[in-house]
Design a protein. Sequence first.
Length: 361
Amino acid sequence: ISPVPPYSREQPIFTTRAHVFQIDPSTKKNWVPASKQAVTVSYFYDSTRNSYRIISVDGAKVIINSTVTPNMTFTKTSQKFGQWADSRANTVFGLGFPSEQQLTKFAEKFQEVKEAAKLARDRSQEKIETSSNHSQESGRETPSSTRASSVNGTDDEKASHGGPAEAHLKSENDKLKIALAQSSSNVKKWETELQTLRESNARLSTALQESAASIEHWKKQFSACKEENDQLRSKIEELEEQCNEINKEKERNAQLSRRLQELETELQDKELELEELRKQGEIVPELMSECESVSEQLQAAEKKNKDLEEKVRTLRTEVEESKHRQTNLKTELKNFLDVLDGKIDELHDFRQGLSKLGVDN
């Protein structure tokens, strides 16, 4: 059942949206959510009773129905949260706002409504006291000897007795009419603002839907680019492994080169030794017997020399093959780096497009 029936004279004078909470009745410390999401919270003014209420409805459920009294106090407990206690409902209401500005507006309106309720209460008390004083004064000032004459007196005398009270009531009625006119104008103004907000909401919803569709499209493209980027990274890792193999091959080639130099040096030493032996064989004919042994040594050295030459040729062949493989690997690596640079440029252009799209949105 709605707290504001259609035939009621209550009109909304301020409306906002907030998350509604109520204090836990068992602990009096913890907050219990009264709404699953932000709901409309409104101030209503009853022109017949001259009273103000804070009302909030979530679907068909009334979650706030609090009459504002002069004794109430709205307290800001944080930048976006405020609360007030309602002794009639025997609870404490809490509101969580999306921004500090909305909380400030609600608190200012609470203070205005509180002051208006206090003023209405004071006026009501003045009326009661005035009517009471008039009745007491008329009772005191009218003696028993003249009461009969006042009852049976002329119409002018009756009008003179009722004049001040009627003038006071007329001024009060004029003030109430002005307040009612102001309330009606405020209601029209709030209705216009509400319609403007609804139209703005519709435009924002359409823009949000378009933005969401665009974001989904770019998400798909981003996923595709991410997969391609992962593939490129795996290819780079493979190339890095190949580069490591190339470095190891280079180290082996360096070791073979050093070994080749050592063998060449050893060969030169053997050639020098052979030359000296030949000279000795020519100079000392008497050492023919020794020459035979030297010849045998020479033959052994020549055989060893041939073996060394064969090893050198084998090593040179391996070095050439290694150089050839290294050249091929360098060519493949250069081609892949060219392709990788092109892909990186494409990714850079794509990222600039995303950044531009984010700025436009």
